[in-house]
Design a protein around this ligand. Structure first.
Ligand code: CO
Length: 169
């Protein structure tokens, strides 16, 4: 289990560096991140959330009813294409107890590298597309609250304080 950084920790604002070493250290960390994500009952976890400021994250939607359980290990992601729009109720393992509907792109085409540095292409839509965008935001030092129109941010923070968030990543 890896300890998580929690909002408003200023380190969550840091922009992560491209990943260059696809070594055993990375593989061990990816394994631990998948374990941590699952035991925290999240569907995604980005390296900055565990204090590592490099561009990679893990996703597994398996906890969500109707979604397939599959582990994605995404390094150095780059959105080549994005279209449509979707609003989904998001939570975040780094912002416990808060949730809000966030508007994002519905379909994305993502170029990335796997844990061995091999280039990969992923076409995604719906919740997987949302999760990819949420995790990529962490690499750019953003949390989902930053995506809300500003007058709503504090309102949502208060409102969600005691509610349990269904999906966190
Ligand atoms: Co998050």
């Amino acid at each position: 289990m890896l300890p998580l950084l929690h909002y408003p920790d200023p380190r969550l604002r840091q922009v992560s560096e491209p990943l260059s070493d696809f070594n055993e250290d990375l593989h061990g960390l990816l394994d631990l991140m998948a374990i941590t994500m699952r035991s925290e009952r999240g569907i995604g976890l980005a390296a900055p959330q565990v204090g590592r400021f490099e561009r990679f994250f893990v996703i597994d939607l398996g906890l969500v009813k109707g979604e397939e359980s599959k582990l994605y290990e995404i390094c150095n992601p780059y959105f080549e294409k994005a279209s449509g729009s979707i609003a989904f109720e998001e939570g975040c393992l780094s912002v416990p107890g808060y949730g809000a509907r966030v508007k994002r792109r519905r379909r994305v085409r993502l170029r990335y590298q796997d844990r061995y540095g091999k280039p990969q292409l992923l076409e995604a839509e719906g919740l997987l597309a949302v999760a990819l965008q949420h995790e990529n935001d962490h690499l750019d030092g953003k949390v989902f609250l930053d995506r809300l129109p500003w007058p709503l941010r504090w309102w949502h923070r208060r409102k969600a304080r005691n509610s349990s968030v269904a999906v966190a990543f």
